[in-house]
Design a protein around this ligand. Structure first.
Ligand code: URA
Length: 441
């Protein structure tokens, strides 16, 4: 078998056989297929797509390219959640303790930020002392005693995705439905959970810009999960604006704590409650409406926050920081960005907000870069806000004035100010399950 023939077949719109897909994945992981041939095939897939069977074969070959995690040492129904990536997305830090405080174990392996999107591991590491480098036995022990833990992926979990994602990132082949679906679902299947909740982001800060594309991606992933016996549900949630007001690692942890204290912006709270309710529903905790009430209850009674304190302490972190934010590393410089003209924030380029926070130091331009845990943006105005000249738009935090200059320049370009007020945007567009698509909002 030759890679050349496989590339040519897909380039000409053909359907790849199981053997051809396996040849590609095995060869790419063991290094016999070079990056340039893998890139050519990715671009052919980007243009010609893959049918459901090809996508399923690709997903399973990727899932089996490394370790398959066995979570049977953890008692109860394990529900995993994965977001397709966004700006200001701190939901895992809220959901995991809410769900765990109601007795549903959450054994979560998360990722780091890359590009304009943030990563849960980086956010957690902004808590003084906390580690996400925990071996599997200790991970299982924490989940069994505390109820939740969030760690980094084991070294050999889906090596095919590690290599392919890095290649897609630099070859303009990220935003392809079969490639995103196989990337996410191979990791979820290898990570061993019984049920999977997907948070498919949609809008200017997401890979899928429209609800229709997000629904197509969600349908593809739900089918992949169900085919291997994992009940899978996807919520299509808004990423046309950053989620909440905080963008940046320590700032987002603080906003997650505010959510658990009941004092966070409404969009973060509603999104977290809906996602937590769906996780509880998948775990068999009753009808969705009852699960929503239960999730809200864990915010009101403080048990969600207490569970986060327990998890942070079990992972070596200083849980006092969740109540005293001065214990987080503090930014060296800050700047208030103020409006120069009157009008409504008609729309936001959310991807640009993420890029501004990376420029401030909150993210990496390359995987090897360090990050500034204190850097980021506290938004004061989002889509729908009315501004007068001089009103506060955002406060920026960084290590140097140069970084503030660059962050301000990029952030200003993210705001579309108009005389016209925008139509209200829903937080949720649809819920996709094996029963079909339910339109929301
Ligand atoms: N998240 C992933 O893990 N993979 C993708 O391809 C896109 C988002």
């Amino acid at each position: 078998m030759r890679m050349y023939d496989i590339i040519e077949k897909k380039r000409d719109g053909g359907t790849l056989t199981d053997e051809e897909i396996s040849f590609f994945i095995k060869g790419y992981v063991d290094g016999t297929v070079p990056d340039y041939q893998a890139s050519a095939l990715l671009m052919a897939i980007f243009y010609e797509g893959m049918n459901a069977h090809e996508t399923a074969t690709l997903t399973m070959d990727m899932a089996h390219s490394g370790d398959m995690v066995d979570l049977s040492a953890i008692k109860g129904v394990k529900v995993d959640k994965h977001s397709t990536g966004g700006v200001g997305d701190k939901t895992t830090l809220v959901l995991a303790p809410i769900v765990a405080s109601l007795g549903v174990p959450v054994a979560k392996m998360s990722g780091r930020g890359l590009g304009h999107t943030g990563g849960t591991l980086d956010k957690l590491e902004s808590i003084p002392g906390l580690t996400v480098d925990i071996d599997m036995q200790r991970f299982f022990d924490i989940v069994n005693t505390v109820g939740c833990a969030v760690i980094g992926q084991t070294g050999n979990l889906v090596p095919a995705d590690k290599k392919l994602y890095a290649l897609r990132d630099v070859t303009a082949t990220v935003d392809s439905i079969p490639l995103i679906a196989s990337s996410i679902m191979s990791k979820k299947i290898a990570a061993g959970a019984d049920k999977i909740l997907l948070d498919v982001k949609c809008g200017s800060g997401a890979f899928m810009k429209t609800p229709e594309d997000a629904i197509r991606l969600a349908e593809c992933m739900v089918e992949l999960g169900e085919e291997v016996g994992r009940t899978t549900v996807a919520l299509i949630t808004d990423m046309g604006r950053p989620l909440g007001n905080a963008i940046g690692n320590a700032l987002e942890v603080q906003e997650a704590c505010d959510t658990l204290k009941g004092t966070a912006p409404e969009d973060v709270t509603e999104t977290c409650v809906e996602l937590a309710a769906n996780m509880l529903y998948l775990a068999g905790r009753g009808p969705l409406e009852e699960c929503r009430v239960a999730a809200r209850g864990q915010i009101a009674n403080g048990e969600g926050l207490a569970k986060l304190r327990e998890m942070v302490a079990a992972q070596g972190g200083d849980a006092r920081a969740l109540d005293d934010y001065s214990l987080f590393v503090q930014p060296a410089c800050s700047r208030e960005v103020r409006a120069t003209k009157a009008g409504y924030v008609f729309a936001m380029n959310t991807e640009r907000c993420g890029i501004a926070s990376v420029a401030l130091g909150a993210g990496r331009a390359t995987k090897e870069d360090g990050i500034d845990m204190a850097a980021g943006i506290a938004l004061a105005a989002k889509t729908g806000s009315h501004l007068e000249p001089g009103d506060l738009v955002a406060t920026l935090y960084a290590a140097t004035e140069d970084r503030l200059d660059e962050g301000e320049r990029i952030l200003r370009g993210a705001y579309d100010i108009s005389d016209e007020a925008p139509a209200p945007i829903p937080h949720f567009f649809a819920r996709v399950s094996r029963d079909g698509v339910e339109r929301l909002g």
